[in-house]
Design a protein around this ligand. Structure first.
Ligand code: SAH
Ligand code: SF4
Length: 375
């Protein structure tokens, strides 16, 4: 191999994917002092600046270095829809025909951004359209942080740091704890005072129950944890969340207890998709009470969001209320997730699924045309 004859320069590093330590190391490699890294971090994340020339208080030679060695690039936005209720959803191209989504949900007291961590998902839950797409690839930290960076800009965050996004939830496409390293780097950026400065409790990671990685997250960065439970016993959960066969409920509950040791005054949020006639009876609710007895927790009941060929139905509203009442009567704080952005399909994976299909359709059409032309 003659690769060493004319070695190509390193490709520019995308600063969106570096936490404080990574940025300090990179700057050090360029011969810059650590405080330069902090200054740079503030420019990129707090002011949302992508143009190094505009970073007026950085030394000129540092700026020149950045121009040739670095970049600030979020995933390309290929769709932007706003719902009648104010929910806004961006579709982001992550290459090779894959798209992921980020959703902004405005509420009276807060603004929540829901981010994706993978294109597709390998867990393949029965009721999830992302799972039905299969797994394509992990997003890198820049692609995860890029969703927040982009949303702040698109929502018009002021340079003074006034932000509409007060909370971030890792509940978009993908299983964050099956993309641990990128997720952890992204969390560190979200919590960093020189970047987004979000408090631990305003950032929620949602998991289908990757037990060993729940332990690592507890040690590395104990943000708020949501666990997608969806069933009160192993027989049913094995069907709904196939990962349960690897990490059954007893192990999952023990992992929840261990997690809270790292976050003592916290609680686990259990998510529970309400599926008509599948997991929504009073008996299921009572079985849940026994299961979670020892764990400080809240429940969030999610009316199932149907998608084509799901073969499942949303539980009727009255059933959801009754189920919730059983939990409430036992003293467990229980909320029912309002369906937001229904008119723009702002539920887990749906719009991105459409785009993939359209891309495939485009590919098929292109192939047909190519064949026609050859003939
Ligand atoms: N993979 C992680 C996070 C992404 S999914 C997890 O499973 O927790 C975020 C939430 O949306 C999970 O609670 C998931 O169970 C739920 N969800 C997935 N598909 C859904 C659907 N069709 N209707 C309602 N909720 C759904
Ligand atoms: Fe993956 Fe979560 Fe969907 Fe299950 S619900 S397939 S873990 S994204």
């Amino acid at each position: 191999m003659s690769a060493a004859v004319n070695p190509a320069a390193d490709p520019p590093v995308n600063l969106l994917g570096l936490d404080a330590e990574g940025l300090a190391r990179t700057c050090e490699g360029w011969g810059e002092k650590p405080f330069r890294a902090r200054q740079l971090m503030r420019w990129v994340h707090q002011r949302g600046e992508a143009d190094f020339a505009a970073m007026s208080d950085l030394a000129k030679d540092f700026r020149a270095r950045l121009v040739s060695n670095a970049r600030v690039v979020p995933p390309a936005v290929v769709g932007d829809h706003t719902s009648a209720d104010g929910t806004r959803k961006w579709l982001l191209d992550v290459g090779a025909g894959n798209a992921v989504e980020a959703v902004y949900i405005p509420e009276a007291q807060r603004g929540t951004l829901c981010v994706s961590t993978q294109a597709g998902c390998a867990v393949n839950c029965l009721f999830c359209s992302t799972g039905k797409q299969g797994f394509s690839r992990n997003l890198d930290a820049a692609e995860i942080v890029g969703q927040l960076w982009w949303a702040n800009r698109a929502l018009g965050a002021s340079p003074a740091g006034d932000r509409l996004i007060s909370n971030v939830v890792f509940m978009g496409m993908g299983e964050p704890l099956q993309n641990y390293s990128a997720t952890l780097t992204a969390l560190r950026v979200l919590l960093d005072d020189n970047a987004y400065g979000l408090s631990r409790r305003r950032v929620t990671v949602s998991t289908s129950g990757v037990v060993p990685m729940m332990d690592r997250l507890g040690e590395d960065c104990p943000v708020a944890l949501a666990v997608s439970l969806h069933a009160p016993n192993d027989a049913l959960r094995d069907q709904l969340v196939p990962l349960n066969r690897k990490y059954p409920l007893a192990e999952l509950m023990a992992a929840c207890t261990r997690y809270l040791r790292h976050a003592p005054r916290d609680f686990i949020t259990f998510e529970y998709v309400m599926l008509d006639g599948v997991n929504d009876s009073d008996a299921h609710a009572r079985e849940l009470l026994a299961l979670v007895r020892e764990i400080p927790c809240k429940f969030n009941l999610i009316p199932f969001n149907p998608f084509p060929n799901a073969g499942l139905r949303r539980s009727p509203d009255a059933r959801v209320r009754r189920f919730g009442q059983v939990l409430l009567d036992a003293g467990i704080v229980t909320t029912v997730r309002r369906t937001r952005g229904d008119d723009i399909d702002a539920a887990c994976g749906q719009l991105a699924g459409e785009v993939r299909d359209r891309t495939r359709l485009a590919q098929r059409t292109a192939r047909t045309i190519a064949i026609t032309e050859v003939r």
